[in-house]
Design a protein around this ligand. Sequence first.
Ligand SMILES: Cc1cc2nc3c(=O)[nH]c(=O)nc-3n(C[C@H](O)[C@H](O)[C@H](O)COP(=O)(O)O)c2cc1C
Length: 199
Amino acid sequence: MAKIFVITYSTYGHINTLAESIVKGLEKGGVDVSRYQIAETLSEDVLEKMHAPPKTDIPIITTDDLLKADGFLFGFPTRFGSLPAQVKAFFDSTGGVWKDKALVGKPAGFFYSTGSQHGGQEATVFSTMPFLAHHGIVYVPLGYTSPHLLDNSELVGGSAWGAGTMANGDGSRQPTEKELAIAETQGEGFAKIAKKLAA
Ligand SMILES: Cc1cc2nc3c(=O)[nH]c(=O)nc-3n(C[C@H](O)[C@H](O)[C@H](O)COP(=O)(O)O)c2cc1C
């Protein structure tokens, strides 16, 4: 069975909620799923000032863990319209894996969260592309595979680049039913492609 790792970084939990639906979709798609989180780089002092809740006990990903997976779905919040420093720090620690060309041909996709509707959801995925290109990782977009992506009757996070949600500035908005359904669709679609690539 193809092994897919869902690797997240989350400060306030919105990404973890989306990840649950991503996992549901992956399992529906018939792959073996493991959850990991990316290590925090901020001090306890700063996290306290940000009113960040304690981290979950999801295992922290190491560069060697990446070798065990057939594909990756990464989820993280936007920081200044870009990927978080924690995620960049993790990618920056993968030089040894890059040297061995160990991730060439493995698929990856992304899901994300912003505070506001136009806070940089698509730009956040754009900002990850150099890491994929340099590793030779195959980017798997969501495409318009969910009808909810074309629904303008209410605020719906996500795009062809992946599932997404808007948390509001104070974190008060939670992923909606439609956003969770999009995340499940992304997981299921990604599983199909990852299985073909792993075969
Ligand atoms: C330092 C910092 C920068 C942020 N930059 C943006 C931004 O550029 N656009 C935006 O919409 N939200 C921004 N946010 C809000 C976060 O994206 C939001 O808190 C996050 O999506 C919630 O996800 P989480 O609950 O998984 O942490 C920023 C938050 C922080 C702490």
